[in-house]
Structure formats: C-alpha cells, structure tokens
Ligand binder design. Structure first.
Ligand SMILES: [Zn+2]
Length: 417
C-alpha cells in the first residue's frame, strides 16, 4: 500500500514572503501531511508539476449566485446602470423557483471550480417574502460542500427600512442559517434610514454571532458616507475583522482631505474591503460626461495603508453585468488596470487579493493555505509566476479539492502551419 494518496513533485510554491521554492507536497486522507524539498515515499497518484506555480485556490469574495446566468431575462439592461439592473431583477425575481436558483447556482459553481475557485461568498436577495433565493442557496451550500465551500450572505437588496417587512425577512434569513448579515445603506430612502440600517446589521450580527458584509456606498455620490458609519460601529463593537465593506465606490469620489481623515479611522477599525472592478468600471460613472470617473474604491491606497482588500467578480451574466465566466484572474487583471497597480509588488498584491486576502475576508484561514495539517485544497497553474497568471488568465492545469483531483485542463496548443 502506498504511503500517500497523492504526491505533487517539485511544485513552485511561495512560502511566506520569501521567494518561491520547488517543493514536494504529500497528501493523505484529504490533508497535506508533508512538505519538503524531496519526499522519497510513494503515493497512489504522483503528479510531476516541475516548476509550475502551485497556489492555494482562488477565493470569490463577492458574487450573486441567485441572479447569475440570467442576462437578457426578461430584457437586456440597455442603460447599463445599477438602477436599471435592480428594476430588471425585480421583474425576473417574480419567476424564481428553488429549481431555477439551484440549477443556475450549481452550474456557476462548477464553472468557478474549474477555474480554480474553491471558496465562494455569495449574496442571496432576502427582499422577497418567500425567501426562495436564500432557501435555494442554503441547499446548494450543502449539496456542494465536498468540493467547494460556499458562504451565504442575507442581502436585503431593496433596503431594510425602505420596504415594510424587510427587517423581519432579514432576521428570518439568519434564523434559517445565513452565514453573514448584509445591507445596502446607500439605497435606503434617507440618510437616517441608512445609518439605522447599519446599526441594525451590527445588532443582528452580534445577536446571531454572524459575520457582516455590507454593500456600502456603491454610488458615485461623494456625499454617500456610510463607510464612516460602518467604521464607527466596528470600533465601538470591536467586531473589526469580522466586518467587510463591499464596493465603497464613493470613496473614489471623496475629496482627499476627507479621504485622508477617513483612512485613519479605517486603520483603527481594521475592517475588510471588497472591490469589484469588473462590474464597477462598467456600472459607475454613467452620469458623468468627461472627465469620466472610474467608479472604483481606493484599492491601491487601502492596500498601501495595510488594510485587507480582496476582489470579487460580483456578477456573471446577470442584469448588472452581462459578461464574464467567473475567472478571478480576469478580476485581478482588471484591478491592475483600473486601480493602476502595474508595479511588480502591486501586480503580486492583486494576486493576493483573489487568494489569501479573500480567505481572511471569509474567515476560512483555518482551512486555507499550503501548510501541513490543512485540507489539501490547491491549484497548479501552467505558468511559473503571479505575473504570468494575471497575464494569461488560463484555467489551472489541476484543481485539487480536499485531497481529490477535481479537474484537469489540457493547455491550449497552437501550431504554426
Ligand atoms: Zn454585490
């Protein structure tokens, strides 16, 4: 009998902050059991991956699986704005069924997994009285758990206080088992409702012991200032790293004096940030003529100030973003461009934003990373650097989940004739 179930030979792994090393990685019973420059024992399956970049899997920090793969239903978003998207979704969600949600969510998760994503935080719209999207995604979380980890955010798309009954629906979603409390303060009817909604989210998270992920200031209005409210609540409650602010696109429009003051508060708060550059570069700035704003939060400056930033695809073929396949390297590639992170340490940081930083945001660090004792979930890419990963954006050669080879992709070969 073999000593190990699976052995990767001479994988190129980045350990800590040092340069990459060529290492053998031994896997048994779903876990990494040994990492060394040479392992002499034998294994049932051996993959010779000499010099290929081997990394922890991609983490999708922000996606809406309930609306994925619905672009054009019932109609195309012609203006390309967030608000037309919300209107189209309100029509499409009249026809939701559990089967519809589950089929599209699982198809999307398969697409994501074959591109190396093994951890996903999805939002579920809980503004609809039957909570069908939530129920469907909670069932999916269980169906797929042997090969991909899914976290579900109870997301009140239409606001908590701007629609009667939504506050109760949000609480019911937590009782049903949502992992994270969501919100959308900039879409509440008034500034006061927005502040009240953030305070209510923190109360619920503390009462039900859940994480927080708020769609925060996803608007070009420089007066949209709910991020400071989220920071204040985090400092007051000490919930810090359990809290994430998604989008925060208005931060890109704040005047520098205010942005500088806010950055100090954010460092005290130590919350996580999730930017979604693919979608926000297309949704935001629609009311601008020229110069036209980029509509993305201050990713580079947050990173330079030591805050945890991860990236999300946000939408795949839905009323807000009709393109995409779920590839996190497309997201990192767009971040390099839109956030002007073209220096080599900055390009490497963008790779971290779709891997290890996402694991911090999702609080899954105990089962994430190439370390002895952790579940063997990792990817092998057909290149040897983060830089080339982002340049080529190809599917991984191998996706290994909890010790099992989940997918193998044959690289493209072009012949000159
Ligand atoms: Zn979103």
């Amino acid at each position: 009998m073999s000593d190990y179930d699976l052995l990767l030979r001479q994988a190129k792994v980045k350990m800590g902050t040092d340069d990459s090393e060529l290492l053998d990685i031994a896997i048994k019973n779903g876990r990494i059991v040994e990492i060394a420059s040479t392992i002499n024992n034998d294994a049932s399956v051996t993959l010779d991956v000499y010099g290929k970049l081997t990394s922890p899997p991609f983490v999708e920090s922000h996606i809406h699986l309930d609306s994925a793969l619905t672009a054009g239903e019932p109609r195309w978003n012609q203006s390309g704005t967030l608000f037309e998207g919300i209107q189209i979704w309100s029509e499409r969600k009249q026809n939701l069924s559990l089967e519809d949600i589950k089929t599209r969510a699982i198809a999307t998760l398969r697409q994501q997994a074959e591109q190396g994503i093994l951890f996903v935080r999805t939002h579920a719209d809980v503004s609809e009285p039957q909570l069908i999207a939530l129920q469907g995604l909670l069932e999916v979380r269980d169906i797929v758990k042997d090969w991909i980890t899914v976290q579900v955010v109870a997301f009140p798309q239409d606001g908590i206080f701007s629609n009667p009954g939504n506050e109760a629906l949000l609480e019911k979603a937590l009782q049903m088992g949502a992992d994270v409390v969501g919100g959308i303060p900039h879409y509440e009817l008034t500034r006061e409702y927005g502040v009240k909604s953030v305070e209510r989210i923190f109360e619920l998270a503390s009462e039900y012991d859940r994480l927080i992920d708020i769609h925060c200031d996803e608007v070009d209005d420089e007066q949209s200032r709910f991020l400071e409210v989220v920071a204040a609540c985090s400092i007051r409650t000490g919930m810090s790293t359990r809290v994430s602010a998604s989008h925060t696109t208005a931060f890109g429009s704040y005047n520098n004096a205010y942005a500088f003051k806010l950055m100090g508060f954010l460092q005290r708060a130590q919350i996580n940030f999730i930017a979604n550059p693919l979608i926000n570069i297309t949704l935001q700035g629609r009311a601008d003529t020229y110069p036209k704003r980029r509509g993305v939060t201050r990713v580079k400056e947050l990173w330079q100030n030591g805050l945890n930033v991860s990236l999300g695809h946000d939408c795949i073929q839905d009323p807000w973003y009709s393109l995409g396949t779920g590839n996190m390297l497309d997201v990192a590639h767009m971040a390099v461009h839109v956030c002007q992170m073209t220096g080599m340490p900055e390009i490497n940081a963008c790779y971290d934003m779709v891997t290890v930083n996402g694991a911090k945001t999702l609080h899954v660090e105990d089962k994430y990373g190439i370390e002895v004792g952790k579940p063997a979930s990792l990817i092998v890419l057909d290149i040897d650097s983060y830089y080339d990963a982002i340049r080529y954006r190809s599917k991984p050669l191998y996706v290994i989940s909890q010790g099992k080879i989940l997918t193998h992709t044959t690289p493209e070969v072009t012949k000159w004739l």
